[in-house]
Design a binder for this molecule. Structure first.
Ligand code: SAH
Length: 367
């Protein structure tokens, strides 16, 4: 049965070496196999011609290279693309490709749904189903690279930047996340630099420390408010890990490397967190902090209860931060025509927490 086979996309280099040691083979098989999979894009063991016949038979019997299936593919007029990807057990997650001059970013998911309840996020409304395996996290990038190689006009494109900003809270899937990150940065796999692999978190403080100790990647933190009262409302996890603790963890995260900084994400919600006093408060909070702020226009979805700040409010907010000495970027939205923007990633989630049952009943007019 395929369920009992190991999906090789989930094994980082040390794990693959351990696998070959376990079956009594040489550790250098790991190098050979990784080159076939990631450099030559070969997934059929019979085509891995420098492996002995016996090694190939063992791999076929014990392992597989299984990718998510494309359930839906939606190319935007601006060249970005959103995929709905079906995983084993029928669950779906989304991945979004964003091409720019000189780089190709893929936004990937780490969980089916999300257990955190950020008030402005559509994934939150779907509840939580399960963690993705390492192979399912890696499989999103592997599959999209393959699609790009065959899609007219993107043949020369391969993913250069990975952001874990799709569905889910990556740091609540720590164990499966780390081997995937390791493969993203391994020269025998995707070979990306640590600056090009970004984990985004809503602020799971203990896991931020664990991440720092486990692997060197870039970190984005979804801040969205500069005081606890407002952040409690937008990102309920703040009640557990308030801003002071979050910023202390951010400082620890960058402390080992003076070139490191944190990317603070700030979603612009009209009348909620986009006023000049909010900007001044943010300047006071982040002054002298090794970080940048990324202003994200809110992407509306039905029944969200929020509106996107208008451009004037975003520009005003940006100037206050900039004058206050905070390096601030304004994120432009891409893929608007295909609902590809942040927080609009809607898979096919069966909520196992049932936390959202009440909301759904209200939404559909039932009592
Ligand atoms: N759980 C992680 C990663 C997933 S969300 C995190 O919270 O960081 C990725 C980013 O999209 C976060 O900054 C999140 O706050 C933002 N986001 C969520 N919903 C959004 C929406 N409707 N409009 C704009 N940004 C949104």
């Amino acid at each position: 049965m395929s369920e009992s086979k190991i999906n090789l996309l989930g094994l980082d280099q040390p794990a693959l070496k351990a696998f070959f040691a376990d079956i009594g083979d040489k550790p250098y098989r790991a190098t050979q196999v990784m080159k076939w999979i990631y450099h030559r894009h070969v997934v059929d063991f019979d085509d891995m011609t420098d492996l002995s016949k016996a090694a190939r038979e063992t791999l076929k019997a014990k392992t597989e290279i299984r990718l998510p299936e494309v359930a839906m593919e939606n190319w935007s007029a601006d060249g970005s693309c959103k995929w709905l990807l079906r995983l084993e057990c029928g669950n779906c997650v989304e991945a979004v490709y964003i091409p720019e001059a000189g780089r190709s970013t893929l936004c990937i998911s780490s969980q089916v749904g999300c257990a955190l309840d950020c008030s402005f996020c559509s994934t939150a409304r779907q509840g939580f189903n399960r963690n993705l395996s390492s192979a399912e996290i890696v499989g999103q990038v592997y599959l999209v690279n393959r699609i790009l190689r065959h899609h007219p006009g993107t043949e020369d494109r391969q993913i250069t930047n990975i952001v874990l900003m799709g569905m889910g809270e990556p740091l609540l899937n720590f164990q499966n996340l780390v081997p995937a990150l390791s493969l993203f940065m391994d020269d025998l796999a995707f070979g990306l630099s640590k600056r090009k692999v970004t984990v985004s978190t809503s602020g799971v403080v203990p896991a931020m420390d664990r991440l720092k100790d486990a692997i060197d990647v870039s970190l984005a933190v979804s801040l969205h408010a500069a005081n606890d009262a407002l952040r409690d409302e937008l990102v309920p996890l703040n009640k557990k890990y308030p801003i002071k603790e979050l910023l202390a963890a951010c400082r620890r995260f960058v402390s080992t490397d003076h070139k490191k900084h944190i990317m603070f994400e700030y979603v612009m919600l009209a009348g909620v967190n986009d006023q000049p006093e909010h900007a001044h408060e943010l300047v006071r909070l982040l002054r002298n902090f090794p970080g940048k702020v990324n202003l994200i226009p809110f992407n509306p979805f039905p029944q969200s209860g929020y509106q996107r700040s208008d451009q004037a409010a975003i520009d005003r907010f940006w100037s206050i931060l900039t004058k206050g000495g905070i390096l601030t970027l304004k994120r432009t939205t891409r893929g608007d025509d295909i609902d590809a923007a942040c927080g609009q990633l809607a898979g096919d989630v069966t909520d196992k927490s049932r936390r959202h049952r009440k909301f759904e009943l209200r939404r559909f007019g039932e009592q």
